[in-house]
Design a protein around this ligand. Structure first.
Ligand code: HEM
Length: 157
């Protein structure tokens, strides 16, 4: 199935046309920094480290919609790169780990998004919320690290 995807005409064109593949790769990196950067600002605000003069609920409401657009573009561009070598990527254990990390990190980001309005109503942001935000931040860092180690560990990419 994955080999069939790799052999599809548009995927072959994408994989063999330098500027097309580079555009997708640059999109992957830019959107990754875009959405993780936005989520990190909210996480740091919850932890009381950054943007302390901004209201938490308002900051989360402004940044999260953009973060999820960036996330969707990162997933789309990642899938396009995956498709050009799907037969090798699909069975790779470290790649599976990266995907699992993305899912867990996204769940935590969603919990922070949902919690922001409630936490902001307290005189002090609850300690549990700060721990959730810290975990969210660390998970994204771990996700980037797991993704960047794939070439070194598996020789892919
Ligand atoms: C949305 C969260 C994601 C993050 C944070 C992320 C992060 C990264 C990073 C840091 C790299 C660079 C690895 C390196 O060469 O050092 C990378 C490359 C790559 N990503 Fe993602 N990624 C994400 C989503 C995805 C998804 C959903 C897929 C596939 C379905 C994917 C497929 C790929 C592929 C195939 C490469 C290798 C490109 C190459 O070097 O040939 N990514 N990603």
């Amino acid at each position: 199935m994955w080999e069939a995807l790799e052999q599809t005409a548009w995927v072959k064109t994408l994989g063999s046309t330098g500027w097309m593949y580079s555009t997708v790769a640059v999109t992957h990196y830019l959107t990754m920094f875009w959405f993780i950067g936005s989520i990190a600002v909210v996480d740091l605000r919850v932890m009381g480290v950054a943007a302390r003069r901004r209201g938490l609920a308002e900051l989360a409401e402004q940044l999260f919609p953009w973060a999820w657009i960036g996330f969707a573009l990162a997933v789309l561009s990642g899938f396009l790169m995956f498709a050009t070598d799907a037969g090798d990527w699909a069975p790779d254990k470290v790649f599976h780990f990266k995907l699992a990390m993305i899912v867990v990190s996204a769940i935590f980001a969603f919990i922070v998004q949902r919690g922001a309005r409630r936490w902001a109503q307290n005189p002090e942001i609850p300690q549990a919320a700060k721990i959730i935000a810290l975990i969210s931040l660390l998970l994204w860092i771990a996700t980037i690290l797991s993704a960047s180690e794939i070439p070194a560990l598996e020789g892919l990419g």
